[in-house]
Design a binder for this molecule. Sequence first.
Ligand code: SF4
Length: 693
Amino acid sequence: SDKRLADLTVEDTTCGYCAVGCRFDVYTDGDEVLATRPTEPEKSPVNGISTCVKGKFSYDFVDSEGRLTSPLVRDENGEFREASWEEAYGRVVEGFQEIQEKYGGSAMSMIASSKATNEENYLMGKFARQVLGTNSVDNCNRLCHSSTVAGLARTYGYGAASVSTEDFEQADAIFLTGSNTTEAHPVLGTRIKQHAKEGNELVVFDPRKVQIAEYATQYTKVRPGFDQVWINGLTRYIIENDLYDEEFVEERTTGFEQVKESVEEFTPEYVEEVTDVSEEDIASAAETIANNDRVLFGWTLGLTEHSHGTENIMAMANLAAITGNLGKPGTGVSPFRGQNNVQGGGGDMGPLPDNFPGYQSITDDDNREKFEEAWDCEIDPEPGFYTTEMFLAADDGDLRGMYCIGENPSLSEPGSNHASEMLEEMEFLVVQDLFLNDTAQFADVVLPAVSFLEKTGTFTNTDRRVQMVKQVIEPKGDAKADWEILQDLANRMGREWDYSETSEIMEEMRQLTPIYGGITQERVEEEGGLQWPCYDLDHPGTERLYEEEFNTDDGKAHLQPVGYGEPGELPDEEYPFSLTTGRVLYQYHTGTMTHPEEGIMDYNDRDFVEINPEDAANYGIEDGDLVTLESRRGEITVPAQVTARIGKGVVFAPIHFAETCVNQLTDSTRLDPDARTPEFKFSAVRVSPYEGD
Ligand code: SF4
């Protein structure tokens, strides 16, 4: 359009891609999104005047040809045909009720969406328990940071970042591990790079020399799969050399002696043998952590997506606590959350098998009573199935139906071939999405939902900051917001939901959820965001956790002894390589939003595998050659990128394309015992030059 920006409608909103939570103004002409520009700095505390390529340009998906604009039902030949909402709702209600009557409500499951707003996710948890009668409601947090939530909750009390984004600029040193920050959290990555360029310390431990490592004062390549060994090695070095913060340990923690004892075996020799991290690297990183006043620890899925992810996190939490790096500006722990609203929608709002909103356990009688009364229903005290368990439960005949919203488990689950098989076998499957994604191919009914640009509500970003999301265009075709669809279905299934706008949902939620007790949409709008915990309407919100005390019964951090943990499947003669998976800058998860973007696809239109030059030479593989990767669960063929960024014996592949979905190789059965997170970051594979044409 050649219209001037001044002639267009402008509204500020929050980015719908990642959990950094950038805010910007969206310029529209009618229902066409023409541009985004950084909003006023006081309305965008996280990003100031920056946004990344996705925040700036990736909106074609909203208008793309593949958008669902009408409900779809199966015809007599099993093909999809368009249907009215009335007919589609009728089919859904009939399907859900048939499962309930035949097997009971607990045979139903629901996957909620971390792309949807807080208000919608609150309703997804309510719908599962009140309307379907099941606790088997979960979401994508299970695949990524649920081990962070479990590990941090056990040591400090809250399963969330203790810091605000501003703390990164106040740190003297930043310690990063398992995070490809510049590609997965670009605006945060830029802030960290800038901070390092200004002369502050940046230590990066990672199996890949990711771009942020180019700016590090110390980069250490680690063998994937054994993180708690080198983290315990750092803790041991700090304790042995009396470099820990005695006063903090004495006054604000319990369990130090047990941790001291538990790390004794992690001698430098042992750490080097298991993880390839040298004694010098342990010493220099430990000295950096101990000798700087303000150290901030950041991580993502490299630390969490393991069968011992919770232990990795507790080891990291011990390290931050014994060095006194909590509760002060520039210090703390920051698990960078992935999807835009995985912190809020994926956790805080309680579409979880074991928790109500605000992490109120469903096994606690008082909590259950409160929600039973508010929602007028009976709630089973037994937690339901976690997402990663749902497909195993379906195999056992314990789950028969699924309502899947804004997720794509057919590609995103570990052992995706098995997940797809189970989706196909579901007696009744409803998919609610913007697109006919891979999971929808197995659905009985598909309901068209809307994007974040077509609805109003709130998202909570990675630093617990609740921010407004505003409708800037009308929904495409007959598509509806998730909350409206849920309300229509609830009312057709005998309930009386009567929300006329999402602020009313927020109001109901906050009255039941102490940590959100003072958060209303009105305040979020007026105050430019609010960080939980925010207990009442006069509470200012909490920029930094644990300034005075931890969220535990005695107010202290409970240090946890953590032993040796190894991946569930080790390389052997048959499968000699360790496969680790991840993301690239230009794509987003399974690509439902980024594949319709021509500009993005020009940069990146396929997955690949990174392989070390020595390994490539041994197998006669050259850069660009097609390579077959095989695990005990499947095989894929992708082009090779020969690069020293990855260590010997390790290969890396991203997760963005259906045809080469690397989750065909990962394992659905090896789960973290606490958090049920799968082991995406470690599978034994073999590599061979592709032998086809
Ligand atoms: Fe959006 Fe994340 Fe990019 Fe910010 S960094 S513009 S939140 S994708």
